[in-house]
Design a protein around this ligand. Structure first.
Ligand code: GDP
Ligand code: ZN
Length: 364
């Protein structure tokens, strides 16, 4: 292994000084550093300075499903000669994408690790659903990755002025998030996107049909098929024919595309939701009551902003909806929270009914 990380063969896969120092103790023990490009049934493909190797994850399988090795993880594997090879250590993750499983006993499922940018693809071919954009942004923030909104199919927008307006609309809904229009047809905006995400690890999020695959191809250049046909040889001399879920981009940077990442749900994303709606959270700090629910409390700064027109009703409702949804997901795993929520809803329901009766003049 070279002493300077700039010459390290894993640099195209995101290796940097941080990983180098995290890995140092394992290098001393003779292990190879590597990045997981694919996982299936207890085995994974890992790119290492010695090529792509297949390794067993048996030694690092924890009880906690959130700590299972996943695409994007940095690991230490056995050196050449070991048969079979094992993943010996999972380096601490910088970021992680997690989704709730739909099963009754809800558990988080880890989808991708060490992602720097979450590219949220939103099609301009149809009316932009801001609520949906907010949902993806919440997920992105929660993971720890920096979200970037890419408005795809910009070629379908009649003129630059209209495009600028569309970008501004989304910017207003996404504080702290770069928003850019991109077209895979005429290539507009791709250079900006590459400059933004180049050299780091990204994932593509967005609805089906949003243009994610097209965008991935554009980022890879012409020869995605060529890129997919891994020519590396595994420890036993067989060709690795499986598809990777993590690819180094020719212009620098890494793109992760795991099947599970498409159509992700929220998972304990309260912080993420808060970041998407940072202006509402900020307003909330000015409410008279510190635990104000911004429903009907006196001295509520959030409701005040809605009244003055500074905050749109749509945005407040979107915030409430995502918060509620998130509470449900958390509640699924936590009986105590669930019981509390039930009590709360009962109380609210009773209050709501009482309020309705007052309105109808039945109760004085
Ligand atoms: P995915 O489901 O998010 O992966 O979306 P795809 O990449 O499969 O794209 C969905 C459809 O949108 C396909 O018919 C693409 O040809 C089309 N599409 C993607 N990008 C563009 C673009 O920049 N301009 C236009 N006009 N169509 C696009
Ligand atoms: Zn309030």
């Amino acid at each position: 292994m070279g002493s300077s990380s700039s010459s390290h063969p894993l640099v195209p896969y995101g290796w940097d000084e941080g990983w180098e120092s995290e890995f140092a103790p394992y290098a001393e023990q003779g292990f190879l550093p590597g990045r997981v490009v694919r996982v299936d049934r207890g085995l994974c493909d890992v790119v290492t300075p010695a090529g792509t190797v297949r390794a067993d994850t048996e030694f690092v399988v924890p009880r906690d499903p959130m700590k299972v090795v996943c695409t994007g993880d940095w690991v230490a594997v056995d050196p050449e000669g070991a048969d079979p090879r094992y993943v010996r250590t999972l380096l601490p993750r910088r970021t992680a994408f997690v989704r709730s499983t739909s099963s009754k006993r809800s558990e988080g499922q880890i989808l991708a690790a060490n992602v720097d940018h979450a590219i949220v693809a939103v099609s301009l071919a149809v009316e932009v659903d801001l609520g949906r954009v907010e949902r993806f942004l919440a997920l992105a923030w929660e993971s720890g990755a920096q979200p970037v909104v890419v408005l795809t199919k910009a070629d379908l927008v009649p003129d630059a002025v209209t495009l600028a307006h569309l970008v501004q609309d989304v910017e207003a809904t996404a504080p702290g998030v770069p928003v850019l229009g991109v077209s895979a047809v005429h290539g507009g905006g791709l250079d900006v996107l590459l400059a933004l995400v180049g050299g780091r690890t990204s994932v593509l999020l967005g609805q089906s049909g949003a243009g994610k695959s097209t965008l991935a191809n554009a980022l890879h250049g012409e020869d995605v098929m060529e890129v997919h046909a891994a020519r590396d040889v595994d420890g036993k001399g067989r060709h690795t024919t499986t598809t990777r879920n993590l690819l180094a981009l020719p212009g620098g940077g890494v793109l992760i595309d795991t099947p599970g990442l498409r159509g992700v749900g929220l998972w304990d994303a309260e912080t993420g939701v808060g970041q998407v709606f940072s202006e509402i959270e900020e307003l909330g700090r000015e409410c008279r009551f510190h635990d104000c629910a911004h429903e009907s409390e006196p001295g509520c700064a959030v409701l005040g902003a809605v009244e003055s027109g500074a905050l749109s009703v749509r945005r407040l409702e979107s915030y409430r909806k995502l918060m509620r949804e998130n509470q449900w997901i958390v509640a699924k795993t936590d009986q105590r929270v669930r019981a509390e929520l039930r009590k709360e809803w009962k109380r609210r329901g009773a209050e709501g009914k009482a309020a309705m009766e007052v309105k109808r003049g039945r109760v004085r």
